[in-house]
Write a protein that binds this ligand. Structure first.
Ligand SMILES: Cc1cc2nc3c(=O)[nH]c(=O)nc-3n(C[C@H](O)[C@H](O)[C@H](O)COP(=O)(O)O)c2cc1C
Length: 309
């Protein structure tokens, strides 16, 4: 049975990764993630300079998931480059998530990550609560500018992480493909807030945060399904995956790989082993010889299952 999955030029030993921002801000956390056996580890989004992030509270459980407004705390590109080097020495596949205030800044950080040995860069164009990042992936033109600048600077694969908060995520997807993106990561957390009814004020210090976890899964699956029909580059599905079933749903919708974030907080690092084991069992039961055979299968059938979901 072949668990390996290809993201263009990047071959993963299996299709699982952590989502950016949940662990991943230094080498020891990245190595802990790698020890679960996942196909690649993704760093916390890193900018040119260190950022402290927002004051607490920054993370609140809600509706089975979370709303967070961390404010992209990160140690800055130079520090992260050293951490990536340490992880690469251990033979781990590393995807560096990067952000910038301008397309040029994205390109500078991406280049530092390539020089540190990252196997790919994931451009966070879509954080709903920090630095105005979301505006990049809300507009096809802006996302295109970022991809073009980064592609100009680096030769490793470039992934574009998109938001569903665009007038058309499909249009944005088409535009990043045209600009040369090697894969699309869909989706980031979705702008959300919670009001404290006693204090009569927003709970998060930043007022607005991003919703993640099980509440956003059906939205993320739809997004992947639609992108699969619109673009020819590989898709990496993320949003609300807590079980094998969720991961398989994303693959059938068209994902070549999947990322897991909030579920690490809900279930611990064991979630990766559980999902990997479940994926193998499903493939055996259903007679799939490779993950590749499963990708996008939901597009072949017409809708209307009567099975319990
Ligand atoms: C606490 C927290 C921090 C996050 N930080 C980042 C980040 O630095 N960069 C990024 O691209 N996404 C970040 N995200 C979004 C996740 O990578 C992911 O897209 C989102 O949470 C949906 O996946 P999930 O439902 O599996 O958590 C963060 C999410 C959470 C909950």
């Amino acid at each position: 049975m072949e668990l390996a999955s290809n993201l263009g030029r990047l071959r993963l030993k299996n299709p699982l990764m952590n989502a950016s921002g949940i662990l991943g801000s230094n080498s020891s956390l990245l190595l802990r993630l790698a020890s679960t056996g996942i196909g690649a580890v993704v760093t916390k989004s890193v900018g040119l300079r260190p950022r402290i992030g927002y004051p607490n509270p920054t993370l609140i459980p809600v509706g089975g998931g979370f709303i967070n407004a961390m404010g992209l705390p990160n140690p800055g590109a130079s520090y992260m480059a050293k951490e990536v080097r340490k992880v690469k020495k251990r033979g781990v596949t590393v995807i560096a998530s990067v952000f910038g205030k301008t397309p040029q800044e994205y390109a500078k950080v991406a280049l530092k990550m390539e020089e540190a040995g990252a196997n790919a860069v994931e451009l966070n164009l879509s954080c709903p609560h920090a630095n105005g990042l979301i505006h990049f992936s809300q507009k096809p033109e802006l996302s295109k500018m970022v991809i073009e600048q980064v592609k100009d600077q680096v030769s490793i694969p470039v992934f574009a992480k998109l938001t569903v908060e665009a007038s058309s995520v499909v249009e944005v997807g088409r535009s990043v493909e045209k600009a040369g993106a090697d894969a699309i990561v869909a989706i980031n957390s979705i702008g959300a807030m919670l009001i404290d009814t006693k204090l009569k004020r927003p709970v998060l210090a930043n007022k607005i945060g991003g919703l993640s976890g099980p509440p956003i899964k059906p939205i993320a699956v739809k997004c992947v399904y639609q992108l699969y029909e619109a673009v020819n580059i590989p898709l990496i599905g993320v949003g609300g995956i807590v079980s094998t079933r969720d991961a398989i749903e994303f693959i059938l919708a068209g994902s070549s790989a999947v990322q897991i974030g909030s579920a690490i907080a809900l279930k611990g690092l064991d979630v990766f082993k559980e999902v990997l084991k479940g994926l193998k069992a499903y493939m055996e039961e259903e007679g799939f010889k490779s993950v590749n055979e499963m990708i996008g299968l939901a597009h072949k059938a017409s809708g209307g299952s009567r099975l319990d979901v």
